[in-house]
Design a binder for this molecule. Structure first.
Ligand SMILES: Cc1cc2nc3c(=O)[nH]c(=O)nc-3n(C[C@H](O)[C@H](O)[C@H](O)COP(=O)(O)O)c2cc1C
Length: 410
């Protein structure tokens, strides 16, 4: 094992393969980069001398200009011709359109993109017009949605034939600048993450019932690995834990239906069929899905409990497949990682023919979020609860036109 200062040391759980702890290597004791290392742990900010065991590995970080640290870009096998030519305006717009196909809470689309032709760099910014003051006061869900858009952009750039360097929160003085993606040259022959591209526009949230059929082990493993690639753990709830996740979501859903703040957020971003507001954001009535008659899948009711003529009432799963994305800390960096991991998982699931949706109500109530975690996973912070299964795919929902969310710079 050899490392440089600035590399990341990752220690994995021997049983689940999930990241248990990670930290930045801030000091070497040997010139050739062999252990031990001084490591600043991301969960405590403390520096300790570490002799890495067999469950540890190094994530190499490239050293960029001006001494900044940059994460090594993922490479892809895009089908487009390899090129180092400047991107045309049409290609930049197509890449941003791919990014904005990402999911966001209540379809708020809380993102804005800038592309600098001179530097070949995309900047992703938070757009606070898409903030939900009652349901997401600390902007955690906003970061998760933007993380998903970042993942789509990385996939699209790789598919276009480019290798890219992604930096998350690149400017400590500008926390709303969430990421930069710099195109560095033609990509090589590795197939990650471009192979996920076919799912970018095929993935839609499905609020229909899913079959109770178990998901094959190979699919579960592929989904957990997808999350793990973004340093986030994905676990599948079962037994008493599944029961408790469903109970917490039902409790949260009941609170949402009677909470004026949650109702206001929902009303701002749901579009009934007779709504005259612009239909480029929010959840349209045709995507609400049917009402739940029996079954324990605690679906969010986008109708806010109000009747909708012709909306069917159907049976949902009694034991839904729920997967929890968790991080060891709970900072904006972790939320952006969770968003990228979530989108990787959703794209992978779509490719595997698995439909996906979300059960995140309990995450929006401080006292219900903490007990959501799997007691076996220790102190992880649950970031998302996904519902997976075989069932009718969801419908495409609207997005703002690209020219509304993209600034092109010389
Ligand atoms: C942080 C976050 C939380 C979400 N929570 C829920 C939820 O609890 N229930 C649900 O049905 N959809 C949920 N969604 C899905 C969004 O409503 C959906 O992504 C958006 O309406 C766009 O639709 P699409 O995913 O089909 O593209 C959530 C999405 C994100 C990113």
């Amino acid at each position: 094992m050899r490392a440089q200062v600035g590399d990341q040391l990752i220690v994995e759980s021997p049983t689940t393969g999930a990241t248990q702890r990670d930290g930045e290597i801030v000091g070497l004791r040997h010139d050739d980069g062999t252990p031990p290392y001084d490591v600043r742990w991301s969960d405590s900010d403390q520096v300790t001398l570490v002799f890495p065991g067999p469950d540890a590995h190094i994530h190499h970080i490239e050293h960029g200009p001006e001494g900044h640290l940059e994460e090594t870009g993922h490479r892809g096998t895009g089908t487009a011709p390899r090129t180092t030519q400047a991107l045309s305006e049409a290609v930049v717009m197509a890449l941003v359109q791919d990014a904005t196909a990402a999911p966001s809470m209540h379809n708020t689309q809380p993102w804005r993109f800038q592309y600098s032709r001179r530097n070949r760099v995309f900047h992703l910014r938070a757009d606070l017009r898409g903030a939900l003051p009652h349901s997401d006061p600390v902007l955690r869900s906003l970061h998760i949605g933007c993380g998903a858009a970042l993942m789509n952009l990385r996939v699209a750039v790789a598919h276009e034939g480019w290798q890219a360097t992604t930096r998350v929160l690149p400017d400590p003085n500008d926390p709303m600048l969430l990421a930069s993606v710099t195109l560095t040259g033609p990509l090589g022959d590795e197939d990650d993450p471009a192979t996920l591209y076919p799912a970018v526009h095929a993935r839609h949230t499905s609020r229909y019932p899913f079959a109770e059929t178990p998901l094959p082990d190979a699919v579960l493993t592929a989904l957990a690995e997808a999350a793990h690639r973004e340093y986030v753990s994905l676990s599948f709830a079962s037994g008493l834990h599944l029961q408790s996740v469903m109970d917490l979501a039902l409790e949260a859903e009941a609170r949402n239906l009677t909470d004026a703040g949650a109702a206001a957020d929902l009303a701002r971003f749901t579009r009934r069929a007779d709504d005259t507001r612009p239909a480029t954001e929010g959840v349209p009535e045709y995507a609400f899905g049917p009402r739940r008659r029996i079954g324990k899948a605690p679906m969010r009711d986008f109708a806010g409990g109000k009747p909708i003529p012709g909306r069917p009432t159907v049976d949902f799963e009694t034991a839904p497949h729920l997967a929890l994305l968790s991080t060891s800390r709970d900072r904006p960096l972790d939320w952006l990682r969770a968003g990228q991991a979530m989108e990787r998982v959703l794209l992978r699931a779509t490719i595997e023919g698995v439909s996906t949706s979300f059960i995140t109500q309990a995450l929006e109530w401080h006292d219900l979020r903490w007990p959501l975690r799997d007691p076996m996973s220790g102190n992880a912070y649950v970031q998302m609860v996904l519902r997976l299964g075989y069932g009718r795919p969801g419908s495409q929902t609207p997005r703002r036109p690209v020219h509304d969310v993209l600034d092109l710079e010389p």
